[in-house]
Design a protein. Structure first.
Length: 499
């Protein structure tokens, strides 16, 4: 009967507290993209260093999410959340006052490790605070909408800060947010943990890192330098360790990751939707933010204003999804929404230079309308498919899928877009212009700038087509696997209690 108790005022106030790290992390991602031109002018990182500045956060968070989710199950999710908030605030200060690219990369790596403690704790606490399936779905819908609100607020806040202050100010946004979280969490959030967590297998922790980090590293190398022996070797090493990791999990009485959950179609389908969905939307967002500044020629603040309609569309879709899921099976709803987003990606294939601003904004609005239901319902399907005492691990798998998707998208599709950009440039261009469109604008000259803008737009076109095709495929897979979602949401918990 406890699982059907409805949440009260304290739980909903606690949800507002849990929304803070979600809001902050989404703001942090969008702000960084806008800050890149300013950051590059000050610290002058190389192309490879710029790539690491962008992605080392996702690199580390994807590597540590599973471990941190399981650690929260053992020591307490609220305790881990507070520790992570303190560490995130300190690392943000270090990033803000970085004096060279290496220092900034190191600070971003620490932010990733700290961030890995925040998201699994947040989702696991929501799952344990809201036992009623309808309320839990609404709560996670609100959580997803806060992510969308961060996407909306990030460019606006970041653009204003970049107009008034130096690039490091965007990282200092985390400090007051984390301070509020540290004060309110002990008051409003109940502690929760796995009552019988078992022994933490340190070898599994090492194996999980050895599986994830080399794969992401190999993909980053591909994005920076193209396919090479070193990149292939890194991916192969990671896959070998992944196989060893899975084999060990199957033999442990208390696994770090319950791989048996992957046998559940709804669980697997939701993870795939999040993985591919975040992969394509992440790289498209990166290209669009750069298009608005480098091709359309807008300032960070104006670029943020043009991104606002798409973020509002995502908020509306995220909030509406739980109500729609009462009338339409969640799997079908997510699949249909992904098909809608594929139309938005396809629109980006027809953008033609600086004059394509309206088409870019329209395409991104359609994309975000389709992504909203996936963010709201996909996460609920993943977390709801696990027993309550394994909620931290399930939340970690959900977040790992999303973070790995973002890294995969930037590495693979980002390298494709960059390759198209370089192939479209005429011969004899300056080295800085060949390196990036931002480099071309720094070089100057009407012919160089025009050629770079045209080539960058071609890269956006190709990325849009590939994203549309990939999204259609995952929409079909989601429709097949995630059914009947309402029943699947509850089966794992029910089976655990019956056992």
């Amino acid at each position: 009967m406890e699982r059907t108790e409805r949440a009260g005022a304290r739980e909903w106030l606690g949800l507002a507290v849990l929304a803070l790290p979600t809001l902050l992390l989404s703001v942090d991602a969008t702000v960084l993209y806008l800050a890149l031109p300013h950051l590059g002018a000050d610290l002058r990182p190389s192309a490879t260093e710029t790539l690491w500045i962008i992605d080392v956060y996702g690199f580390m968070i994807a590597g540590f999410l599973i471990t941190m989710g399981t650690l929260g199950d053992r020591i307490g999710r609220r305790k881990l959340l507070v520790i992570g908030a303190l560490a995130f605030g300190a690392a943000s200060v270090a990033a803000a006052y970085a004096t060279d690219p290496a220092m900034l990369i190191g600070a971003r790596a620490l932010l990733g490790i700290a961030g890995a403690t925040l998201m699994p704790s947040t989702l696991a606490l929501i799952s344990n605070m809201f036992h009623d399936p309808g309320q839990r779905g609404l709560a996670i819908g609100v959580w997803a909408a806060c992510f969308s609100a961060g996407v909306a607020a990030g460019p606006l806040i970041g653009g204003a800060l970049l107009e008034l202050f130096w690039w490091g100010s965007v990282f200092l946004l985390a400090v007051p947010v984390m301070a509020v979280l540290l004060v309110t969490a002990p008051i409003l959030l109940p502690e929760s943990r796995d009552p019988e967590p078992g022994r933490l297998d340190l070898l599994s922790v090492v194996l999980s890192l050895a599986a994830i980090l080399p794969v992401i590293y190999g993909l980053k190398v591909v994005a920076a330098d193209g396919v090479g022996l070193g990149a292939i070797a890194a991916v192969v090493v990671g896959l070998v360790f992944a196989a060893v990791f899975v084999r060990r999990q199957k033999s442990l009485p208390d696994p770090l990751l319950d791989v048996r959950l992957f046998a559940r179609p709804a669980f697997l389908g939701a993870l795939l939707a999040l993985l591919v969905g975040l992969a394509v939307v992440g790289v498209v967002y990166l290209f669009v933010t750069q298009y608005l500044q480098l091709v359309a020629g807008h300032s960070p603040l104006v670029a943020g204003l043009w991104l606002l309609p798409s973020a509002v569309a995502m908020i509306v879709a995220s909030m509406a999804a739980p109500a729609l899921a009462k009338r339409v099976a969640p799997g079908r709803l997510v699949a249909a929404a992904l098909a809608v987003s594929a139309v938005g990606y396809l629109l980006l294939a027809f953008v033609d230079g600086p004059g394509g601003l309206a088409l870019v904004v329209t395409g991104l609005v359609v994309v975000y309308l389709g992504i909203g239901p996936m963010m709201a319902l996909g996460t609920d399907l993943v977390v709801g498919a696990a027993p309550a005492e394994r909620a931290g691990s399930a939340a970690a798998m959900s977040e790992t899928s999303m973070e790995f998707g973002l890294a995969l998208g930037v590495a693979v599709l980002g390298s494709v877009g960059t390759a198209v950009y370089r192939s479209e440039l005429p011969e004899g261009m300056p080295a800085d212009a060949v390196e990036s469109a931002a480099g071309a604008l720094a070089v100057g000259g009407a012919d160089v700038v025009e050629a770079a803008r045209s080539a960058f737009t071609s890269g956006l076109n190709v990325v849009g087509v590939i994203s549309a095709v990939a999204t259609v495929v995952v929409a079909v897979v989601t429709a097949v696997l995630v059914r009947p979602a309402p029943a699947s949401d509850q089966e794992p918990a029910a089976e655990k209690s019956n056992a």
